[in-house]
Design a protein around this ligand. Structure first.
Ligand SMILES: Cc1ncc(COP(=O)(O)O)c(C=O)c1O
Length: 381
C-alpha cells in the first residue's frame, strides 16, 4: 500500500506506507497522550539511533531545524564562516544564515556531485568554523579527504544527510560521517513522516545542548518554566513519530527499493551516449534518493526543456539544484560573487541535470516508460 491513489502521472517522489505505519499512527492518535505522550518519539529515536549506529537521536519537525540546532549548539554565529557545497537545496544554507554566520559556497566533485575537498581548502580562512557537506541525492562526498581538513583546522563537520538514509561510506552509515548530522523525513524522502527530521550525534555535550535549545532554553523534563535563555521550539508530534517508527522498522526494504529503482533505470538507459547517472564510488553505498541524469551539453537539452518535454508525457521531474550562489536569495552576497567565478563544476553540471521519477511506489513498467520517453526525447529511441 502507498500514500494514496495512484494517478496516471508518474510521480517524482513519495513514500511507501504499509499497514504497520497505519497501525502505529492509529495507536498514537488514540492513545499517544497523557502517560504515553512521549512513547512514540522515544521509540522512533531509539530505533533510528540503532539503525544509524549513533549514541543520540533527537526527533524534530524538519531537517532544517536539525541543521539549525547543530550550528546553534556548537556556538556558531556572526563572524563565523561555514563551508558548504554550492550545489544543494537552500535548506543546507538557510540555517547558517539563521545563526548569523556566513555560508561559503565551495565547488563540488565532478563525479559525486558532492563537496570537493580541494575546493574546501581554497575556501578556508581564519573565520572558518565548520564544514557542512551534503550527501547529495543519496551519494556521499569523499569524507576521507574532508575529515583531515577538519582535524587540521579544528572545524566541526555538520553532515547534511537529509537525502541519504541508509547510505554508507567505508562501512559507516551516513549520519556518522561528521560530528553531527541531520536527516529529513519530508514526504519526498526515503523515510517519510509527512514533515519531520532527526538530529544524530555521538557527542554527549552537543546532544545536551541540543535538548536545551530545542525546548525554549530549558532542561528536558522541566515543569517549573525555568528558561535560562531565548531558544527554539523544535519537536516532532507523536503521530508523525509513530509513522517514522514504522518506516525505520522497514529500513532494509525501503533502501533496497530505492536501489532497485536505480538499477531499473540503469538497465533501461544502458547504451545512451551523453548521459551520466548517479555515481557510487568504491567503498560507498548510494541509496539513490533521486535518480539523476546529467546530459552532455552537446545534446543541447537544458534541464527546463527536458522537464517540459517529460511533463507533456505525464512524467514528473525536477531540475538538478541550481548553484545557491546563483539564486536571488543569495545572489547579492559577496560570497556569491566569488563562488560564481570559482565553482566551475557546479555551474557546468547544473544546467544539464534532471531528477527522474524516484518515488517508492514506482513499478518497473513505469520506469521502463520513463526510460522509453527519455530515449525518444534524446532522439536515441
Ligand atoms: C539536501 C537537503 N538538506 C536539507 C533539507 C531540508 O529538509 P526538511 O525539508 O526536512 O527541512 C532537504 C530536504 O528538502 C534537502 O534535500
Amino acid at each position: 500500500m502507498h500514500g494514496g491513489l495512484m494517478e496516471d502521472r508518474i510521480p517524482i517522489a513519495g513514500p511507501s506506507i504499509s499497514q504497520r505505519e497505519i497501525d502505529y499512527a492509529t495507536d498514537a492518535a488514540a492513545h499517544g497522550w497523557y502517560a504515553r505522550a512521549e512513547e512514540y518519539p522515544r521509540r522512533f529515536e531509539e530505533a533510528f539511533a540503532k539503525y544509524i549506529g549513533v549514541k543520540h537521536a533527537v526527533s524534530l519537525p524538519s531537517c532544517t531545524s536539525g541543521l539549525h540546532l547543530a550550528l546553534a549548539s556548537a556556538g556558531i554565529g556572526p563572524g563565523d564562516e561555514v563551508i558548504m557545497p554550492d550545489l544543494t537545496w537552500i535548506a543546507s544554507a538557510a540555517p547558517v544564515t539563521y545563526v548569523g554566520a556566513t555560508p561559503v559556497f565551495a565547488d563540488v566533485d565532478e563525479r559525486t556531485w558532492c563537496l570537493s575537498a580541494e575546493s574546501v581548502r581554497a575556501c578556508l580562512t581564519e573565520n572558518t568554523k565548520a564544514i557542512l557537506p551534503v550527501d547529495l541525492y543519496g551519494g556521499v562526498p569523499d569524507y576521507d579527504a574532508l575529515r583531515p581538513i577538519a582535524e587540521e583546522h579544528g572545524l566541526l563537520i555538520v553532515e547534511d544527510a537529509a537525502e541519504a538514509i541508509g547510505s554508507e561510506s567505508g562501512g559507516r552509515k551516513a549520519g556518522t560521517l561528521g560530528d553531527v548530522a541531520a536527516f529529513s523525513f519530508h514526504g519526498s524522502k526515503t523515510f517519510s513522516t509527512g514533515e519531520g527530521g532527526m538530529l544524530v550525534t555521538d557527542d554527549d555535550v552537543l546532544h545536551a545542548r541540543v535538548l536545551h535549545l530545542r525546548d525554549h532554553g530549558r532542561e528536558p523534563g522541566d515543569v517549573h518554566f525555568q528558561n535560562t535563555e531565548v531558544a527554539f521550539k523544535y519537536k516532532m508530534p507523536p503521530v508523525a513519530a509513530a509513522i517514522g517508527l514504522g518506516q525505520v522498522e522497514r529500513a532494509n526494504e525501503l533502501v533496497a527499493k530505492k536501489r532497485e529503482i536505480f538499477a531499473w533505470y540503469r538497465e533501461a538507459l544502458e547504451g545512451v551516449d551523453g548521459l551520466t547517472l548517479n555515481h557510487e564510488p568504491a567503498e560507498t553505498k548510494n541509496t539513490y534518493w533521486m535518480v539523476t541524469a546529467v546530459l552532455d551539453p552537446m545534446l543541447n537539452l537544458p534541464k527546463e526543456k527536458l522537464m517540459a518535454a517529460l511533463d507533456k508525457e505525464g512524467i514528473d521531474s525536477r531540475p538538478m539544484f541550481h548553484p545557491l550562489s546563483s539564486l536571488p536569495a543569495y545572489a547579492g552576497q559577496s560570497q556569491s560573487v566569488v563562488a560564481r567565478k570559482r565553482n566551475e563544476v557546479s555551474y557546468r553540471l547544473s544546467p544539464w541535470g534532471i531528477n527522474l521519477p524516484s518515488a517508492l511506489c514506482l513499478e518497473q513498467a513505469q520506469v521502463a516508460r520513463v526510460a522509453e520517453v527519455f530515449r525518444r526525447i534524446l532522439g536515441k529511441a
